[in-house]
Design a protein around this ligand. Structure first.
Ligand SMILES: NC(=O)C1=CN([C@@H]2O[C@H](COP(=O)(O)OP(=O)(O)OC[C@H]3O[C@@H](n4cnc5c(N)ncnc54)[C@H](O)[C@@H]3O)[C@@H](O)[C@H]2O)C=CC1
Ligand SMILES: O=C1O[C@H](COP(=O)(O)O)[C@@H](O)[C@H](O)[C@H]1O
Length: 254
């Protein structure tokens, strides 16, 4: 990637994981929501993804986008996800196609498909001997308004890809925690994404050649109900971490 990569939501958890792993590999342009405590080492601007002027300025001169900005709370109320997640993402796509950006990587979520976790399937599906898998070809099935906003973000990508040809990779991110998987939380362990694997899958999404993809962003956990096959095949993602390596240890979640 010769041109800069725009990273929205750069000050958040996923943004920090991406920068931590890929800081030196790309020229970054960061979009922050509020002024940072410390001066970033990269070009940055401050603003809101629902503001067209900010988004146009952010998009100026970039070759690819990793769009993370949004309300990440599974309990987020409709007005917030409608504005921050849906409207903000639409404005980002519109500006990206105006600018002729090649690739758009969208932070989708496990919550876009949360309602597949039915009473009949759980908790068995969170366990290593269960072979239930979602692979990204299934219909979205959100269990909350936040999940609806993420599914909508994926559909926006489908539209902008089909209509304008922009390459789109939706990463249904699992549960990102730093250092170790969540403790006493089988579901979280089954969809754990380590910080290094988070950087890896975003590198793959920036480098691979694809049209439109929906992949699961988790580490190679023994427990899993998301298939990694598409991420491996379409992106060349090769996760190195596994929540099972922490079984039996006591750690405090961050
Ligand atoms: N952390 C996780 O495990 C997962 C995260 N995701 C998605 O990844 C993305 C990043 O999540 P996190 O880093 O965990 O959240 P975070 O809250 O740590 O970071 C999100 C960042 O986006 C910024 N932001 C929010 N609304 C904005 C707006 N309207 N304009 C500009 N900036 C705005 C916030 O200020 C914050 O810095 C979100 O879209 C979230 O839905 C998806 C699945 C799992
Ligand atoms: O999409 C997201 O998912 C993760 C994991 O979901 P949870 O229901 O296990 O908490 C969540 O932590 C994150 O905030 C959210 O953006």
């Amino acid at each position: 990637m010769d041109e800069p990569v725009l990273l929205t939501g750069a000050g958040g958890r996923v943004g920090r994981a991406v920068l931590q792993g890929l800081e030196d590999e790309y020229e970054w342009k960061l979009l922050l929501h509020s002024p940072p405590d410390e001066e970033p080492d990269h070009e940055y601007l401050i603003g809101d993804v629902t503001d067209e002027e900010t988004v146009a300025e952010a998009m100026d001169g970039v070759g690819a986008v990793i769009h993370l900005a949004g309300d990440p709370r599974p309990s987020a109320p409709w007005p917030s996800v409608l504005s921050n997640n849906i409207d903000g993402t639409q404005k980002m796509y519109e500006a990206a196609v105006d600018e002729g950006v090649e690739k758009f990587v969208f932070a989708s979520s496990n919550h876009a498909v949360g309602a597949y976790e039915t009473d009949e399937r759980t908790p068995d599906m969170y366990r290593r001997d269960d072979d239930f898998r979602l692979d990204g070809t299934e219909f979205p099935r959100p269990g909350n308004h936040y999940g609806v906003s993420k599914a909508t973000g994926e559909v926006l990508g489908r539209y902008y890809h089909d209509e304008y040809g922009i390459a789109v990779c939706n990463i249904r991110i699992g549960n990102l925690t730093k250092g170790h998987p969540p403790i006493d939380y089988e579901r979280g362990q089954a969809m754990w994404l380590s910080y290094p694997d988070c950087a890896r899958i975003h590198r793959c999404a920036l480098e691979a050649d694809y049209g439109f993809e929906i992949v699961y962003g988790i580490s190679d956990n023994d427990r899993k109900y998301y298939s990694l096959e598409r991420a491996r095949e379409a992106l060349g993602y090769d996760p190195q971490d596994n929540s099972a390596e922490w079984d039996g240890d006591e750690h405090v979640a961050e």
